[in-house]
Design a protein around this ligand. Structure first.
Ligand code: ME8
Length: 517
C-alpha cells in the first residue's frame, strides 16, 4: 500500500515519577481521536505514546519508594500502559526510554551531533530544577521562602556546578526563526507560536546536555562519567520509534512526524530544542507541534499536595468511557485551559449525549422498529427539507477533516451537534408518528432520512466515542466494512432487517449522595 498517505503522531512520553492522571489521559485521548479519524479516512497511521524513565526526578522517586530505578520504572510504566488499554487508546507502539532500542538511538544521535561539531565539552554553573528537569537563567527566577529561589513554574531550583557537554544552541537562533517563518503551521495555537518566537528572538544560550552528578540515564558515548540530559534523551524517543539510527524502513516512511501533541508546559522543549537538535544532526524537524491547555479541578490547580488529582479511571467508572472522552474534548476549546467540574460533566452527558443525540437515535430507531417491521424503510421522493438535512450531514465530513487537521476538536463537535439539533427539529416538524395514518409512504421517507442521518453522525463520531457508535451502527445493521469514511456516501439499503433498538447514551441520575443511581 505504498500510495496510502501516512500520518505519524505522538504524545509526550510521561514521567514515571507519578501515577497517570486526567492531564495525561487528556493528551493521549486527543491523539487517539486524531489517529482513529485518520485511519477511518484511509491513512496509514502510526500513533506513539510511552514513558520517560530517566533523569534525576525519576531516580529520586525510586529512592523515595525504596526500590531500584529499573524496578520502579517497570512498575509505574505499567500503570500508563494499563491506562491506555482502559481508555481504549489505539496507540501502535508504547516506547520506554529504558529500552535498548532507545539507548542505541540516543547514542547515535549524540555521535552525529559531535561529528557535526554541535556538541563540545565545557563546564556548567547555573540553576537547575529537578522537578522541571530544566535549567533556568538567573533573570527568570523569583524569590522563594527562606532565601530560596524558584523557577517560573514555581519549582525549587538548586545551584549546579559541574563539567558538562554543551549543545551549540546559540548558533541556531536565526535558523530557527527562519524555520518558523517558512513553516507558519509548525507551532499552534498562534498565541503559543508568538511566545516561542519572542523567546527565541530574546537570544539563545548554549544548552547543557550532560550531567555528572547522578547515574540514572543514557551514558554519553566514550565518556560514561556523563549522563545525557534527560530532555535530549526523551525527545529522541520520537525517532527511536521509527527505527533511528536506521533511516530506511519506518523512518523513511513516517519521519518527519506530522504532529507532536504536548501540553503548554513543555512547548519550549519541542518547538525550540528539538528542531534545533534535529537540524543540527542533518535530520528533518517535525511538521507541527500543538500545545494544549491545562486542566484545573473545580477551579483549583491539580496537584498531589492539594490532594485533588483526578483519576481518569474513577471518572470513567462513574460516568462511562465515551461520556468522559466526549466531555474532555467538547467542554474546552482545544488549546485553552479548562476547568473540570462534575456539574459540567453531567450537563454535557445529559444535555448533549442523552437528550440531543441519544434521543434522536432512539426515537428514530424505535419508530422504524414499530412502524416499519424493523426494517430500513424504502424512501420515496425526497422533499427539500429531506435533502437539506442529508446534505448538512454529508457536509460534516469535509468540515471534520479540516477541524482534525487543525486539532480543533470542539469546533468539529459543535458542527456535528448543529446537525443533531437540526435533525431533532426535523423530527418535530415532520411528525412521522402522525403520518402513520395520513401518509405512510411519507412516513417511510422521513424515517429513512432520519436513519441515514443517524448513520452518518455515528460514523463521524466513531473516533471520539468508539464503543457507543459501534453499538449504534450495529443497530443500523451497518456492516463492519462500511464503517470507514470511504463508505460514508453509501446510504442504508431499504429492506435491511434491523435488530431491536436500545438506548446507547444513558442519562446520569444523581443520587442524594451525589453518586450515580
Ligand atoms: O513533561 N492538564 O512528562 P509529564 C493538561 N516527560 N495536561 C496535563 C496536565 C494538566 N493538568 N498535567 C499533565 C513530561 N498534563 C516529560 C515529557 S516528551 C519528550 C517528555 C500532560 O509526565 C500534558 O501533556 O510531566 C503535559 O505536557 C504532560 O502531561 C507532562 O507530562
Amino acid at each position: 500500500m505504498t500510495g496510502q498517505p501516512r500520518y505519524y503522531l505522538t504524545t509526550p512520553i510521561y514521567y514515571v515519577n507519578d501515577s497517570p492522571h486526567i492531564g495525561h489521559a487528556y493528551t493521549t485521548l486527543a491523539c487517539d481521536v486524531i489517529a482513529r479519524f485518520k485511519r477511518l479516512d484511509g491513512f496509514d497511521v502510526k500513533f506513539l505514546t510511552g514513558t520517560d524513565e530517566h533523569g534525576q526526578k525519576v531516580e529520586k522517586s525510586a529512592l523515595a519508594a525504596g526500590i531500584a530505578p529499573q524496578e520502579f520504572t517497570d512498575r509505574v510504566s505499567q500503570n500508563f500502559r494499563d491506562l491506555a488499554a482502559f481508555m481504549g487508546y489505539s496507540n501502535d507502539d508504547f516506547i520506554r526510554t529504558t529500552e535498548p532500542r532507545h539507548i542505541a538511538s540516543c547514542q547515535a544521535l549524540w555521535r552525529k551531533l559531535v561529528e557535526k561539531g554541535e556538541i563540545t565539552l565545557g563546564s556548567y554553573a547555573g540553576w537547575y530544577s529537578v522537578r522541571d528537569e530544566a535549567f533556568w537563567g538567573e533573570d527568570e527566577l523569583t524569590q522563594g521562602p527562606n532565601g530560596t529561589k524558584l523557577a517560573p513554574t514555581g519549582a525549587p531550583v538548586e545551584w549546579v556546578e559541574e563539567p558538562s557537554y554543551f549543545f551549540r544552541l546559540s548558533g541556531w537562533q536565526q535558523r530557527l526563526l527562519d524555520f518558523y517563518e517558512q513553516n507558519p503551521d509548525f507551532i499552534a495555537p498562534t498565541s503559543r507560536r508568538n511566545e516561542v518566537i519572542s523567546f527565541v528572538k530574546g537570544g539563545l544560550q548554549d544548552l547543557s546536555v550532560s550531567r555528572t552528578s547522578f547515574k540514572w540515564g543514557v551514558p554519553v558515548p566514550d565518556d560514561p562519567a556523563h549522563i545525557m540530559y534527560v530532555w535530549l534523551d526523551a525527545l529522541t524517543n520520537y525517532i527511536t520509534a521509527v527505527g533511528y539510527p536506521e533511516t530506511s524502513g519506518e523512518y523513511a516512511r513516517y519521519w518527519p512526524a506530522d504532529l507532536h501533541m504536548v501540553g503548554k508546559d513543555i512547548l519550549r522543549f519541542h518547538a525550540v530544542y528539538w528542531p534545533a537538535f534535529l537540524m543540527a544532526a542533518g535530520l528533518e524537524p517535525p511538521r507541527r507541534v500543538f500545545a494544549h491547555g491545562w486542566w484545573t479541578n473545580e477551579g483549583q490547580k491539580i496537584s498531589k499536595s492539594l490532594g485533588n488529582v483526578i483519576d481518569p479511571i474513577k471518572l470513567v467508572e462513574h460516568y462511562g468511557l465515551d461520556q468522559v472522552r466526549y466531555f474532555l474534548l467538547r467542554e474546552v476549546p482545544f488549546g485553552n485551559d479548562g476547568d473540570f467540574s462534575h456539574r459540567a460533566m453531567i450537563n454535557r452527558m445529559n444535555g448533549e449525549l442523552a437528550n440531543d443525540f441519544g434521543n434522536l437515535a432512539q426515537r428514530s430507531l424505535s419508530m422504524i422498529n414499530k412502524n416499519n417491521d424493523a426494517q430500513v424503510p424504502a424512501p420515496g421522493q425526497f422533499s427539500a427539507e429531506d435533502t437539506e438535512l442529508l446534505a448538512a450531514a454529508a457536509g460534516l465530513l469535509p468540515k471534520l477533516r479540516e477541524a482534525i487537521d487543525r486539532q480543533m476538536f470542539h469546533e468539529g463537535l459543535e458542527a456535528v451537534w448543529q446537525v443533531v439539533r437540526a435533525a431533532n427539529g426535523y423530527v418535530d416538524r415532520q411528525a412521522p408518528w402522525a403520518l402513520k395514518k395520513t401518509d405512510p409512504a411519507r412516513m417511510r421517507t422521513v424515517l429513512y432520512v432520519l436513519a441515514d442521518t443517524v448513520r452518518q453522525l455515528a460514523l463521524l463520531l466513531q473516533p471520539v466515542m468508539p464503543g457507543s457508535t459501534a453499538r449504534l451502527l450495529d443497530q443500523l445493521a451497518v456492516p463492519s466494512d462500511r464503517r470507514s469514511f470511504a463508505a460514508f456516501d453509501q446510504r442504508l439499503a431499504a429492506g435491511t432487517p434491523l435488530p431491536k433498538p436500545e438506548g446507547v447514551f444513558p442519562r446520569f441520575v444523581e443520587t442524594e449522595a451525589g453518586g450515580a443511581a
